[in-house]
Design a protein around this ligand. Sequence first.
Ligand SMILES: Nc1ncnc2c1ncn2[C@@H]1O[C@H](COP(=O)(O)OP(=O)(O)OP(=O)(O)O)[C@@H](O)[C@H]1O
Ligand SMILES: [Mg+2]
Length: 251
Amino acid sequence: MKIAIAGKGGVGKTTLSASLARSLCKQGERVVAIDADPNNCLGRALGVPEDVLAGLTPLSEMKEMLAERAGTNVGGSFFNIAPEVEDLLDKFGLEHDGITLLVMGTVDEPGAGCVCPESAVLKALVRHLVGLPDLSVIMDMEAGLEHLGRGTAQYIGALLIVSLPTSAAARTAARLARLARGLRLRIPGVVMNGVSSSAELERLRELLDGLEIVASLPRDESVSGSEVVPESGVYVEAVERLREELSKWGA
Ligand SMILES: Nc1ncnc2c1ncn2[C@@H]1O[C@H](COP(=O)(O)OP(=O)(O)OP(=O)(O)O)[C@@H](O)[C@H]1O
Ligand SMILES: [Mg+2]
């Protein structure tokens, strides 16, 4: 499974990314969880200890290494558009409970179609990981669609959109889907998070502009009560079902 998780701020992207990564790992998959949000919350949600996280440098801050890979240190502004990235996962991935965490950090973008070395290397890395068989990749994106515009997510193949069960959020999800389709990303559908009744879902379906609801995840106090995503409970069970749906869909 190779999937990026997008949506408005605070809808539950990081929680779902961590839970889906855990669910895949439990199935025996080799999983890379990419934190592509500059706020770096995915490690915490996966239960990586605070002191380990504090000692972790996001990839985008390793400017020298990135510049070297991109070739900017040899000859000014021209750089290698196919930088060597094969070893980056082994070197900079953090192993925790069987999941490899990769923290991207912030990529400064001077405008659409960023050509900075950070962006070139990170894009190449995502493309490389997505191309590897026998590896699942879950990418937790920052709110909005900046990453799509920047191209970091363009190779990921499938974009899962998370929404809250409100009219405004459903309309935003439909808009995100339109933008993402314009970028040729495949969309399994929207995940409605924090749903309390099926009647609620029917009403929202009309606002989704044909976008399918691939799962509805219940509100679960054991999720909101802890920074680390719980190992069991109604939320986790719903994510297990979502994983099965996504596999059938071919994510
Ligand atoms: N199904 C749920 N039941 C209860 N609480 C939830 C559920 N899903 C998410 N939460 C809680 O909602 C809050 C926001 O979730 P999360 O951090 O995953 O959102 P996000 O979309 O990643 O936010 P951001 O845009 O800031 O990165 C967290 O406190 C999380 O524990
Ligand atoms: Mg988040």
